[in-house]
Structures are given as structure tokens and as C-alpha cells.
Design a protein around this ligand. Structure first.
Ligand SMILES: Cc1cc2nc3c(=O)[nH]c(=O)nc-3n(C[C@H](O)[C@H](O)[C@H](O)COP(=O)(O)O)c2cc1C
Length: 354
């Protein structure tokens, strides 16, 4: 299956789609886009966002093909997508190069030149399956499939400037970014230890960290982009080891390095900032974040989850670290009630009136 997968990586194209628009953040800079089987969230240059907003579409493996939505990828590249329903043809454009693909045909036109694909394009339900390797490589990008993590990573681009002016708002057309750190202590929804259950919310079999769950609910309701703060050196998931490491980091006033960065911070005026309470404080990596980014002129809205300590003094700490920002009082939810807190989070988000 591995070999077939690597050859037949394919894209899903929404049939109702019309002309796409240029992506934010990708044109003119190197693109790194990753998608994972079963995960409706993709990462584009370190920023997480829904692949198919509101529809929960996630890459799937079907008939030995990895299927991912074409629109999200092409737009992240800075290209455009047109669909002609009458001729059942998809027309993709990036940086002056064009690819034309037709349902049922193994012939793809790259800048008008015919290329034969491994298999014909197929129509499944309201989706068209398109071969990602041919498209991405045709447009000069690299495609890597990692079987162990079931992840597709597309890299490249950046040689040309986008034709359209840079957008004034975030990648979803909004100016809200949700930044969060979260440490779910397992990925397996079955047979959890007490500590694992304490640090996770399970939604439809998918395991999320408590703060990660809050971040997702906020982002969905604000139509916001997401940036997950992750340490360059991953933290252990075993509870005692994690607790000891966090304790040592606090004692040392450590500043663990953050993997990736926010490329387009200027696009956002509201930053929701989420973290668990660790040792009556923010995890030290939040200090790294707040010292790394100057959030002056922005509104910071903290949110956290905890085992009884609430925010502790973290709101004052954020205000001290970001004196030029307007820091709201935020929302703190106990890990004991987080599983049923969706409505509470939605009501709170709505009350903020951004
Ligand atoms: C290293 C560590 C230290 C913690 N310290 C505290 C604490 O001082 N006070 C508290 O209320 N909860 C504490 N907790 C519990 C977490 O705040 C709580 O489980 C949180 O919901 C975890 O969120 P997450 O799944 O998003 O990482 C701690 C958890 C860990 C792993």
C-alpha cells in the first residue's frame, strides 16, 4: 500500500467550487503545507486552519489513494482553481503555469502539453479526485508522504510575488488568531489512565487536549486562524515525566524554543491566547512566545484550562509581558467540566462582540 499511496496521492475538489482567490501568506514566501489522514486541520507555514471550513473534510485513504482537498492546497500555494461543470474540467493556475484535468480522463494538460496520469480522474459523490503529485510537482513544489505519521507535506514556491496585494486581514478574511499550547497526554481514546483522561477531551473518537479543545471551539466560532505553540523538542506525554520537566523548566526560568513561527502577525488585531495552568503559572513556553512576539496594539484574550487553580496570576503576567496590548480578563475552565463546556465557550465568545 505504501508504494501505491506515494504514487497515487490525490486531491479532492469540491464540485460546486468556482474561481479561487489568492492565498494569504503563501505567495512570495516558501510554502510548507502539511495534512494528515483523518485530521480536518491543515498547517500552512505553521498556521493551523480548517481544510474545508465548516465541512470537517479530512484527508482520507480510499482505494489506496490519499485524498485531500485541492482548493485548500492550490490557494495556499497562491494559485487559483476554476471548475467547469459542463465539461467536468478543473482548471488550475499557479504563477503563470496551468494544469487542466478532466473527469474520466488520464490525460492532464500541463501548460497545454499532454501528460498521461497513472489512473483516470474519478468522481466520488460531489468530489473530484485529482493527483496531487502531478499537480504539485507540475507547479514546481515537492511532495513527501510519511507513512508512519500518515502525513502529506508539500514544500516549495516563494520565487514570485503574488499578483494580488497582500490582504489586510488574516487567512480566513478575519483578523482573529487563536494561539494555544496544550499537552494531551495520550492520542488513544481507549483504556486511558486517570491522568490521560484528565488532560483530554474525546470528540467522536478524536483525542484533543483540554486547551486544544477550547481553542478549536473558539476558532470555529470566530472563523479564526490557529497557531499551535509546540516545543522544538517535543515534551514527554508520560504524566510524571512531564510534571517533573515542567517543574524543572519553571525552576530554571527556561525559555523552550518554539517550532515554527507566525508569518503574518500584522494581519491580526485580536489574539486569543490559550494554555493550561502548570505549577500555578503559564507553561514556560508561553513566556518564550510572549517575549518573542510584540503584541502591542492588539487585544489579547486569554483562555485556560486547569485542575483547580484557574488562571492563578497569569493574566497579570501577560499584562506585564505585553504592556502595549489590551489584555482581556479571559475565560478559565476546569478540566472537570471541559468535556461539556462547548456552549459556555460559545456564549463567552459571542459576548465578546469582536
Ligand atoms: C506539568 C503540569 C502541571 C500542572 N499544574 C497545575 C497547577 O498548578 N494547577 C492546576 O490547577 N492544574 C495543574 N495542572 C493540570 C492542568 O492544568 C490541566 O490538566 C489542564 O486542563 C491540561 O490542559 P491540556 O490538556 O490542554 O494540556 C498541571 C498539569 C501538568 C501536566
Amino acid at each position: 500500500m505504501k508504494k501505491v499511496l506515494s504514487i497515487l496521492l490525490a486531491l479532492v475538489f469540491t464540485m460546486s467550487a468556482v474561481t479561487g482567490c489568492l492565498a494569504a501568506g503563501a505567495g512570495g514566501t516558501e510554502l510548507t503545507l502539511s495534512m494528515q489522514i483523518g485530521n480536518p486541520v491543515m498547517t500552512v507555514n505553521g498556521i493551523e486552519s480548517e481544510i474545508d471550513p465548516g465541512r470537517g473534510t479530512a484527508p482520507v485513504i480510499q482505494n489506496d489513494r490519499t485524498l485531500v482537498p485541492v482548493r485548500a492546497i492550490i490557494e495556499a500555494m497562491g494559485g487559483s482553481v476554476e471548475w467547469n461543470d459542463e465539461t467536468q474540467t478543473a482548471f488550475l493556475e499557479y504563477n503563470g503555469d496551468t494544469i487542466t484535468l478532466t473527469i474520466g480522463s488520464t490525460v492532464a494538460l500541463l501548460n497545454g502539453e499532454a501528460n498521461t496520469l497513472d489512473s483516470a480522474l474519478v468522481l466520488v459523490s460531489d468530489r473530484t479526485m485529482l493527483p496531487i503529485r502531478f499537480i504539485a510537482e507540475g507547479f514546481g513544489f515537492d511532495v513527501k508522504w510519511t507513512d508512519s505519521t500518515q502525513t502529506v507535506v508539500i514544500t516549495g514556491g516563494g520565487a514570485s510575488e503574488p499578483e494580488a496585494p497582500a490582504p489586510e486581514t488574516g487567512t480566513n478574511g478575519h483578523n482573529v488568531l487563536v494561539v494555544y499550547f496544550s499537552m494531551p497526554e495520550t492520542e488513544d481514546p481507549n483504556d486511558m489512565t486517570v491522568e490521560e483522561a484528565n488532560s483530554t477531551v474525546v470528540i467522536d473518537g478524536e483525542v484533543l487536549g483540554n486547551t486544544q479543545y477550547m481553542a478549536y471551539v473558539i476558532a470555529e466560532n470566530m472563523n479564526a486562524d490557529i497557531f499551535r505553540i509546540e516545543p522544538e523538542v517535543p515534551y514527554p506525554t508520560e504524566h510524571e515525566t512531564l510534571v517533573d520537566l515542567a517543574s524543572a523548566e519553571k525552576a530554571d526560568a527556561a525559555r523552550p524554543a518554539i517550532r515554527g513561527q507566525i508569518e503574518n502577525l500584522d494581519d491580526y488585531s485580536v489574539i486569543f491566547l490559550g494554555y493550561p495552568n502548570w505549577w500555578g503559572d503559564m507553561p514556560m513556553i508561553l513566556y518564550t512566545f510572549l517575549e518573542q512576539y510584540d503584541l502591542s496594539g492588539k487585544t489579547i484574550v486569554p483562555f485556560n484550562t486547569h485542575g483547580g487553580s484557574g488562571f492563578s496570576n497569569t493574566i497579570s503576567t501577560i499584562r506585564a509581558l505585553e504592556p502595549g496590548a489590551d489584555v482581556a480578563d479571559g475565560l478559565s475552565i476546569s478540566r472537570n467540566s471541559i468535556q461539556d463546556a462547548e456552549q459556555q465557550i460559545v456564549d463567552w465568545v459571542n459576548s465578546l462582540e469582536f
